[in-house]
Design a protein around this ligand. Structure first.
Ligand code: SAM
Length: 273
């Protein structure tokens, strides 16, 4: 059986497991399992016995709704490949906005200290540190499992990044730019999310407490009382921008929103200095 035939057969099983883009996912997994290009896939490239076994194992895992990025072990983010697996959040494309905001701020003030709270795979902080090797970038994380992925991704793309194990910015004495994609899902909503998220991604990366804002409130308070960054940029979920603006406004700053490519208010920002 060639890779294309194997993908066609597998796409039926993936669709039956409730996977929306079953055909596309089957093609991607077959190509990755065989290490072949799209052109070779459509030209009927053969699957070796070893590749076929790997592909079969991957399809089996995917039918249990394990995220594709955990199965292949990586996800692209801001043009680089990040290692991911159970224990760390898979970086989402919309989070690249945080990288852009951080880079813009560094273009204005190259000596600014950039700190990210809750780095997960390291996607945001590693991308900024890799794009601006001379800048002072540091990042924090509380989960030991996530820290292992962040350290490996930093070692690959930006070994000069400082990664600190700790609660939010508690171990950071100075930051001019604070970026964060903190857990913001209300705890009671997590079970209703798609299985790839609710069953597989770490709860500590998702759970924002009763209303979703526990960690955001704590970080904003720390910024207001102590850090006072020239830019705080917080990623938020669909429909949350107004609430986060209200949290920021209650500390006397004037927030604004940044939309993602789908037109959703995705980042809420504020300045202290
Ligand atoms: C939504 S994930 C974002 C991960 C990564 N920044 C990204 O955008 O892909 C939130 C991250 O914050 C971490 N986290 C949760 N509570 C934290 C805390 N109190 N201090 C530091 N990190 C925390 C989680 O372990 C998780 O890695």
């Amino acid at each position: 059986m060639n890779a294309r035939q194997a993908a066609t057969e597998a796409s039926g099983r993936l669709a039956a497991a409730g996977i929306e883009d079953a055909r596309f996912e089957a093609e991607l997994m077959a190509r990755e399992a065989a290490g072949i290009s799209r052109a070779a896939f459509f030209a009927g490239s053969a699957l070796s016995a070893e590749d076929a076994l790997r592909f079969e194992e991957w399809v089996e895992r995917r039918t249990k709704r394990e995220p594709a990025a955990y199965i292949t072990g990586h996800r692209e983010f801001y043009g680089r490949s990040f290692g991911v697996g159970p224990g760390v959040l898979i970086p989402r494309p919309e989070t690249e906005l945080l990288v852009e905001l951080g880079l813009e701020e560094l273009d204005r003030e190259p000596l600014a200290v950039v700190a990210e709270a809750g780095t997960g795979s390291g996607a945001v902080a590693v991308s900024i540190a890799a794009e601006r090797p001379g800048a002072c970038v540091l990042t924090t994380e509380i989960s030991a499992e996530a820290l292992r992925f962040a350290a490996a991704n930093a070692a690959r793309h930006a070994p000069w990044l400082r990664i600190i194990r700790g609660d939010l910015l508690s171990a950071v004495s100075r930051a001019d730019v604070v970026l964060a994609n903190l857990p913001y899902i209300p705890a009671w909503e997590i079970e209703a999310l798609e299985p790839e998220v609710s069953r597989w991604e770490p709860r500590i990366a998702l759970d924002g407490g009763v209303d979703g804002y526990d960690l955001i409130r704590r970080l904003v308070l720390d910024c207001a009382q102590r850090v006072r960054p020239r830019l705080l940029a917080l990623e938020v979920g669909f429909g949350q921008a107004g609430d986060v603006e209200a949290i920021l406004a209650s500390h006397g700053v004037a927030p604004w929103r940044v939309k993602d490519l789908s037109g959703i208010d995705r980042i809420v920002c504020a300045r202290w200095a």
